[in-house]
Write a protein that binds this ligand. Sequence first.
Ligand code: AMP
Length: 283
Amino acid sequence: MKILRTPEAMRSFSDRQRRQGKSIGFVPTMGALHRGHLSLIQRARQENDCTVVSIFVNPLQFGPKEDFNRYPRPAAKDDRLCRQAGVNALYRPTVAAMYPVGYATQVEVRGLSDRLCGRFRPGHFQGVATVVLKLFEAATPDRAYFGEKDFQQLTILRRMATDLNLPVRIVGCPTIREADGLALSSRNAYLGPEERRLAPLLNEALTIGAMLCRKRGMTPARARSAAIRRIQSIPGVRIDYVEVVDPETLSPVRRLQGPMRIAAAIRVGKTRLIDNIAAFCDD
Ligand code: AMP
């Protein structure tokens, strides 16, 4: 496995692969790899000749009071997991290589970025879109793999790829969960034992909401309220949002119809957890 530390080194690796006629599958991550990340890597391996993973904790997408400094960075373990998973190149740029002194450009996908998590994390999705465009420019993938776990991110990146005519297929992959329903996340490591016990509540509440969305005579407001009530039944858990949205525009649906997404963010102690699931109504 090659380890690459600068955009130039990444780009010349990718150019070499392409000259050999190889297709490139790319999995951008912030590291602290878990089975969710590994499922994306496996899919990339199945569909491409060469698999590139990036690990970069991107300062641009963290707010001033967020967890950039304490975000887990188990570099040696991540290396080993990538090797074991059959990754061909690990792109691990430094902050200085990504954002040298004088760096000034940001990408904004308007509208989509202000909804859901965007309301609580101003600037977050600009940071995400910017870093992903820069990573694409260096890795020049044919296909890039993102988890549905971060559904808003996936939707925004699809929009960016379309709007900027990027020659990359954005592939969405299903959320990998623990046996009790909690979506795998690097941030789950922050949860204390009691918080970890409560955390599956989020998926439970969304499942209740999605089930109600199928029911005849139901409204989005009532499905949403049922999910909210379930979360509020646990003291000490705070809600950022619970919404039933259109999966493309991410705007709240007015009536239950066709494919929808029910998405939520809650705070358990100091840890912010997000999750979302598909909801469908064929009325
Ligand atoms: P992160 O390292 O958290 O930035 O995530 C890197 C990629 O892995 C993103 O595309 C995430 O959506 C995806 N991912 C994170 N957790 C999961 C999960 N539980 N299941 C599937 N994909 C995930």
